[in-house]
Design a protein around this ligand. Structure first.
Ligand SMILES: *Cc1c(COP(=O)(O)O)cnc(C)c1O
Length: 391
C-alpha cells in the first residue's frame, strides 16, 4: 500500500489560494506571512469570545504566531479542531490555577549560565534562541519564549560553550529554545562545529517543532550541515495525526537520508490527543515517517494550562491500551517532568502483581497472570535484590 493516502495534503484555502507554489514552499515567505494579530486572525476564522479575548492578552503572555502552512491544517468549521486548540490563544491562559507555576519544572534553579540548564550530571539543555516559528499555547517555557513577558533572554553562545568545555562530565548537549532551527544555516554550522570540537561531547541533539510548523525550512543546505557534523539527533513535537502531512513526511525523509535519527515528543493534551484511537493513529503515522515516538509528556503545570491538561492517570491508561496491542517501537515513554526540578520521571502501567522469594508474578497485556521463577538464576546470591520483594 502506498503511503500517500495516509497523509493529508495541506489544503490550499483562501486567502492564500493565489499564492504561488514558489512562495508557499519558501520558509522565509511562510515566516514573513505568519498570523500574529487578532485583526489578521479574524479575517480567517470565526473566533469564540474566549479566543478573541485570549488574542488581546497574548502579547503580554505568549505571542500569537502561526505559519500559513500550519494554519491551513485547521478545519475552520470545527471550534474544537486539534490544531486550533494548540495555537489559537484562549483567555483561560490568563487564569493561574492551583499548583501552576511560571517555571513549572524548575529550570531557573539549575541554570549556571544564562541559557544553560544543567539538571542531570552528564547532559545539558542549551537554549539558543527565544523565538519559535509558531507558539504552542501550553509552552512550558512561555516565561521566556517570544519575549512577551519581558524576560529579555539573550542567548550567550560563547558563555554556554565555555561552560560545556569546562565541565568534562557533559557528554550530551541538547539544543533547544525557542526553536534552534530558526537560526541561520551559517550560525547552526558554526555552533555545531564548536560543539564537535569539544572532545567529551559525544551526543548532540536538537529539540525543534520546525518540521511541524515550517517543514519548508528543512532545506538541502541544512541537511548537509547535519551530515557534516553528524550524528545529530532530532526530537520533533507532533501531537496529532492531522499534523502528519506529506510536507512533514518529506522533511523527515530528507533528514533521515542525511543521517539524522528522529524521535518525537508529544504532550498529552485534553481534547487534542487524549484518546487511544487518536494516539494510535499518530504513532503509526510517525513510524511510517521514520520517526520513533520517544516521550509522551504529562502537560507541565505552566500558568494558564488547566484547560488543556489531563489527569495523569489518563496517560497511564493510554499506554496500557497500546502496550502489547501495537508495535513496541511505536510506544512512547509516558513521563512527568516533576515540579521543582525533579526531572523527568517515567510513569508506567503496573505489570508486576507481586515479587516473592520464589518468583516475579506478572500480568501480560491481556491481563493474564504469568510467573518467572527467581530461584534458579545462575548468579547465586542475590541478597542485594531482597528489597525488591513486593507481596
Ligand atoms: C529533558 C531534559 C534533558 C534530556 O533528557 P533525556 O531523558 O535524556 O531526553 C536534559 N536536560 C534537561 C534540563 C531536560 O529537561
Amino acid at each position: 500500500m502506498h503511503n500517500s493516502e495516509f497523509f493529508e495534503q495541506s489544503p490550499m484555502q483562501d486567502p492564500w489560494s493565489n499564492v504561488g507554489a514558489e512562495d508557499w514552499n519558501n520558509w522565509k515567505w511562510q515566516l514573513k506571512n505568519r498570523i500574529t494579530s487578532l485583526e489578521q486572525l479574524e479575517t480567517l476564522l470565526e473566533l469564540s469570545p474566549e479566543e478573541r479575548e485570549g488574542c488581546l492578552f497574548a502579547n503580554k503572555k505568549l505571542s500569537l504566531a502561526i505559519t500559513p502552512y500550519f494554519f491551513n491544517l485547521i478545519n475552520r468549521s470545527d471550534p474544537q479542531d486539534p490544531i486550533r486548540l494548540q495555537v489559537i490563544p484562549n483567555v483561560q491562559e490568563t487564569i493561574t490555577n492551583k499548583g501552576e507555576l511560571l517555571d513549572p519544572v524548575g529550570e531557573e534553579s539549575s541554570s549556571p549560565v544564562e541559557g544553560i540548564v544543567h539538571r542531570y550530571p552528564d547532559r545539558v539543555l542549551f537554549l539558543v534562541t527565544d523565538r519559535c516559528a509558531a507558539y504552542c499555547r501550553y509552552c512550558t517555557r512561555s516565561r521566556l519564549v517570544s519575549n512577551a513577558q519581558d524576560y529579555n533572554f539573550h542567548p550567550k553562545y560563547d558563555a554556554g560553550l565555555e561552560y560545556i568545555r569546562n565541565n568534562p562530565q557533559i557528554r550530551d548537549v541538547l539544543l533547544s529554545g525557542g526553536d534552534p532551527l530558526l537560526l541561520s544555516n551559517n550560525k547552526l554550522d558554526k555552533l555545531l562545529g564548536e560543539l564537535r570540537k569539544i572532545k567529551h561531547v559525544e551526543f548532540i541533539r536538537i529539540g525543534s517543532r520546525i518540521p511541524v510548523f515550517l517543514p519548508q525550512r528543512i532545506d538541502p543546505e541544512l541537511c548537509e550541515i547535519f551530515k557534516k557534523h553528524g550524528p545529530i539527533w532530532l526530537s520533533i513535537h507532533v501531537n496529532h495525526p492531522n499534523e502528519c502531512t506529506t510536507e512533514l513526511k518529506k522533511a523527515c525523509e530528507d533528514l533521515a537520508f542525511a543521517g539524522v535519527p528522529i524521535g518525537n515528543q508529544s504532550v498529552l493534551l485534553k481534547g487534542i490527543n487524549n484518546h487511544a484511537d487518536t494516539m494510535r493513529k499518530l504513532i503509526h503515522k510517525l513510524l511510517m515517517m521514520r520517526v520513533r515516538p520517544y516521550y509522551l509528556y504529562q502537560c507541565d503545570l505552566i500558568n494558564g494550562s488547566a484547560h488543556l491538561r489531563t489527569d495523569p492517570r489518563e496517560g497511564i491508561e493510554l499506554i496500557q491500551s497500546l502496550r502489547g496491542h501495537t508495535t513496541g517501537y511505536a510506544i512512547p515513554q509516558f513521563v512527568i517532568d516533576a515540579p521543582n526540578g525533579g526531572g523527568k520521571i517515567p510513569i508506567n502501567p503496573n505489570y508486576i502483581e507481586s515479587i516473592t522469594e520464589e518468583a516475579i508474578i506478572m500480568r501480560n497485556y491481556e491481563g493474564k497472570i504469568y510467573q518467572y521463577p527467581l530461584t534458579q538464576t545462575a548468579s547465586g546470591s542475590s541478597a542485594h535484590l531482597d528489597n525488591f520483594i513486593i507481596t
